[in-house]
Ligand binder design. Structure first.
Ligand SMILES: *Cc1c(COP(=O)(O)O)cnc(C)c1O
Length: 593
């Protein structure tokens, strides 16, 4: 692994220093070193800043030059590069490596265009990570003109040859040429980095089965029709060494006692747990481990949030980046619905819940920041209502990170994976939860679908519209106000948020959130999924009353997680894309695409 950092070759400009202009003397050095100073924190959204563009070029270029430096120590014929090197583009962020390699081959190594293009295409492969339009990188042509003019010439040439090929294959289809062009010509000319990545690679993959189908049928349909053999799927995975063995020692040791430790290097070994899913001693020990992990998280919550939670309640967790498509707000609608039900019927028999949220929002993402504020505001009302008592608590854990995540997954009973169908490329949090014996409540989105296939439809809580239903509903004209009018429980919740019930000192604070749902189209269709989500949560509560049945299903979730090891994912990349099969030995991986 290489972590590049930008350093100025000249510490300061002596000329300016001698003139007494000390700021100018170090300005160049400062500017250069800013390039690698910050990681842009935006997630699933582009940061169209010039500094980000320079940073992407800096990192891609440094890597290309290092790769070639090491290749040339052993080889002289650059046409061997694809046999010795594979470059997997992790999203389009490093896609400038394509014109950079072309530039080096053409201008520095005197390779002719056709050979250079063959070498490049065979070396690169591209993994797409999102279909959200606001996350698809498009750099203005004028950035290239000012900063990377030679790369722009090369991209224009790549595009010219590519469009000639398209025109030959689909004669007279000018609309298709405009759709597929690497250059977006509307208003401000831009380079579409995903198109560059597809054209410059021999493989294009999505990160879950549904996501890869959406790439072929929707986002990159034209490219799939042109190059069907390039498209394939590599379902994401997680490492059981971190997300079970290291982060959950008590559960790891219990599993070892019953099935040995083969699962550490072959996660399919967990299947052996199916045989003991109702074995009384195993079940009792499993429940004791979950309780212990919940007590540890409860201590963390008490220390950091000063909230005493009930360890016999359902630990209902949604921990992930805060984004509208992930629908933390839908979860909040359920929280408030449960609160209102308790207030309506204070003596009622409710299954207690602790709602745990954690996650960061990009600094400029105003709506996401407001959703965090709403979660905390709802928490203040709910947690301080004596009538609610320990039947309900709401916790927002600040500073979400891998280290914090390692404490949360082992303690979770319920995993919230509730994105609008068709928006979550894969998800990996869903896998970490299930591996640690949480039940999932989720939509048919991303890898949730494959988790359902592996653990069994009867062992997961599925609700909501499917991807096709989302698309159909949108094209027919979705009217969220229909749901507001028809559903009194939902209407009450939205009126409370909009009317300042949770922000008495600032009654309009959360109105913009309700406006998004009622007056701006509810793009992620929370209201369309509300009824089915609430009904599904009622099923969750009902099941939790039967602790042995809950535990049996939790064990079957862990037992079904074999497929979701990153060992399987990497073996598939190695065999299908990089042309090396050593990592497949003894692994159950599906046939090549
Ligand atoms: C796994 C993980 C994620 C990804 O979570 P999703 O639910 O798949 O979005 C994000 N942040 C941290 C710290 C993680 O450990």
């Amino acid at each position: 692994m290489r972590l590049w950092s930008a350093k100025s070759s000249r510490d300061f400009d002596l000329k300016f220093f001698n003139e007494g202009n000390y700021i100018r003397a170090v300005e160049k050095k400062m500017q250069t070193e800013t390039i690698s100073k910050v990681l842009y924190p935006a997630d699933n959204v582009i940061e169209g800043k010039e500094l980000r563009f320079k940073q992407e070029y800096f990192l891609a270029s440094a890597t290309i030059h290092d790769v070639l430096y090491r290749f040339k120590k052993k080889h002289t014929d650059l046409r061997l590069l694809p046999d010795k090197v594979a470059i997997q583009l992790n999203d389009t962020h490093p896609a400038l490596a394509i014109p950079e390699l072309m530039r080096v081959l053409l201008d520095l190594e005197n390779v002719d265009w056709d050979d250079a293009w063959q070498i490049t295409q065979k070396t690169f492969a591209y993994t797409n990570h999102t279909i959200l339009p606001e996350a698809l990188e498009q750099w203005p042509v004028w950035f290239f003109e000012q900063i990377l003019p030679r790369h722009l010439q090369i991209i224009f040439d790549i595009n010219k040859y590519f469009l000639e090929e398209v025109a030959k294959r689909f004669p007279g289809d000018n609309a298709r040429l405009a759709r597929m062009s690497i250059v977006e010509e509307h208003w401000e000319r831009k380079i579409r980095m995903a198109h560059l990545a597809i054209v410059g690679s021999h493989s294009v993959n999505g990160v879950a089965a549904l996501h890869s189908e959406i790439l072929k049928q929707q986002l990159f349909r034209d490219f799939y029709e042109m190059y069907p053999e390039r498209f394939n799927n590599k379902t994401n995975g997680i490492t059981q060494r971190r997300w079970l063995k290291m982060s959950n020692p008590p559960l790891s040791e219990l599993i070892d006692d019953y099935i040995g430790n083969g699962w550490v290097t072959d996660l399919y070994e967990l299947e052996k747990l199916k045989a003991v899913a109702t074995e009384p001693e195993f079940v009792t020990r499993w429940q004791a481990v979950k309780k212990l992990n919940k007590e540890k998280l409860a201590a963390y919550i008490l220390k950091h949030n000063c909230i005493q939670v009930n360890v016999d309640s359902i630990f209902d967790c949604q921990v992930k980046r805060i984004h509208e498509y992930k629908r933390q707000l839908l979860n909040v609608l359920h929280v408030i619905t449960m609160y209102n039900r308790i207030k309506e019927n204070p003596a009622g028999d409710f299954v207690p819940r602790t709602f745990i949220f954690s996650g960061k929002a990009a600094p400029a993402y105003v709506t996401a920041k407001l959703i965090i504020r709403l979660i905390n505001a709802v928490a203040t009302v709910v947690n301080n209502d004596p009538e609610v008592g320990d039947r309900m608590k709401v916790v927002f854990l600040a500073n979400y990170s891998v280290s914090l995540a390692e404490h949360i997954f082992p303690a979770a009973d319920l995993s919230e994976q509730i994105s609008t169908a068709g928006t979550e490329a894969s998800g990996t949090g869903n896998m970490k939860f299930a591996l640690n014996g949480s039940l999932t409540i989720g939509t048919l989105d991303g890898a949730n679908i494959e988790i359902m296939e592996e653990v069994g439809r009867e062992n997961i809580f599925i609700f909501g519209l499917t991807t096709d239903e989302v698309n159909n509903t949108r094209s027919k004209g979705y009217n969220p106000r229909d749901y507001y009018s028809k559903l009194p429980e939902l209407r009450r919740v939205l009126d409370q948020i909009a009317g300042g019930f949770f922000s008495p000192g600032a009654p309009d604070l959360f109105r913009p959130i309700v406006d998004l749902l009622l007056n701006h189209g509810d793009y992620y269709m929370l209201l369309a999924d509300y009824t089915s989500y609430i009904a599904c949560q009622d099923e969750v509560s009902k099941l939790y009353r039967d602790q042995n049945e809950w535990t049996r299903r939790a064990i079957l979730n862990t037992a079904g997680m074999g497929k979701f090891s990153s060992d399987r994912t990497i073996a598939e990349y190695a065999r299908d894309i990089w042309g090396i099969s050593g990592l497949c030995q003894g692994r159950r991986i599906p046939p090549a695409w």
